[in-house]
Design a protein around this ligand. Structure first.
Ligand code: HEM
Length: 244
């Protein structure tokens, strides 16, 4: 994918995300101050639906892209498998073991960078907000193009389009100069509430696949990332598994 963000706008766009989260209007504040009250049963039902919708396709897309990318890069697949076997053997990984999977975490972060399930994030401006040279009037909707920013060579280097998990070898904070440019789960007070859960889920699923199978792309696979709400492989992910 040849994707370029207009570099001069990137800082402004990132700033908008932070500032708009800090400048909630009175209705938003009122919503937050309700936090001590009991939820109604309808609100509990809506929260459950939200968890289901926000938590299922996103993690499934993440794991699908991870399988595709590791099938394309057998060297990283093998490195990840060796780490899992060293830490967990063939036993089902427990929480403690998952926290020691450094290479797996680097790979998962790099997949989130290249294939963020949520390709953009949307902010509504409640009251006029000035960020740098931009004045965002009340009522404007702002799109933060996560996918473009995650692929921007100005932020990530000339190899921004390449799968290089080693960029995350010292953690997210050291992967790039401005760590606000990596935001697969959003940012600020409304950041994804499920992100730690999702990371555990993805590590567990990937570790168990690596323990028991090697995998490669089928000749019928065509690389065509596209979005219908979530970033997905347009023609499916045809992957051949070989039991180990
Ligand atoms: C790869 C997995 C996931 C990705 C990429 C992802 C991404 C996101 C993003 C971008 C947002 C918007 C944040 C913002 O506006 O700043 C969000 C919000 C949310 N996510 Fe996730 N998410 C994932 C997994 C999950 C899971 C597993 C759950 C629940 C079990 C979940 C529950 C939520 C909820 C409830 C919100 C709304 C939070 C709020 O408005 O306060 N997400 N997620």
């Amino acid at each position: 994918m040849a994707i370029r963000a207009r570099e001069s706008r990137v800082d402004d766009l990132l700033g908008i995300l932070l500032q708009s989260n800090n400048q909630m209007d009175s209705s938003e504040t009122a919503r937050n101050t309700r936090s001590n009250e009991m939820l109604t049963i309808e609100e509990v039902i809506e929260e459950c639906k939200q968890f289901y919708l926000a938590g299922q396709e996103t993690t499934s897309s993440w794991l699908t892209w991870t399988m595709i990318v590791l099938a394309m890069h057998p060297d990283w697949q093998e490195k990840a498998r060796q780490e899992v076997l060293q830490v967990c053997g063939k036993k089902e990984p427990n929480f403690e073991a998952l926290s020691h999977l450094k290479i797996v975490t680097m790979i998962l972060n790099e997949v989130l960078r290249l294939y963020p399930p949520a390709i953009a994030q949307y902010q509504h401006v409640y009251k006029e907000t000035k960020i740098g040279d931009i004045i965002a009037p009340a009522g404007v909707d702002i799109t933060l193009p996560t996918l473009l920013i995650h692929h921007d060579p100005g932020l990530w280097g000339a190899d921004a389009g390449e799968f290089k998990p080693e960029r995350f070898s010292a953690g997210v904070s050291k992967a790039l100069k401005d760590q606000r440019a990596f935001f697969p789960f959003g940012w600020g007070p409304r950041t994804c509430i499920g992100q730690n859960f999702a990371m555990i889920e993805a590590k567990l699923a990937l570790a168990m696949v690596l323990q028991h199978f090697s995998f490669e792309l089928s000749p019928s696979y065509t690389h065509a990332p596209y979005t219908v709400t979530i970033l997905q492989p347009q023609h499916g992910a045809q992957i051949m598994l070989h039991q180990l």
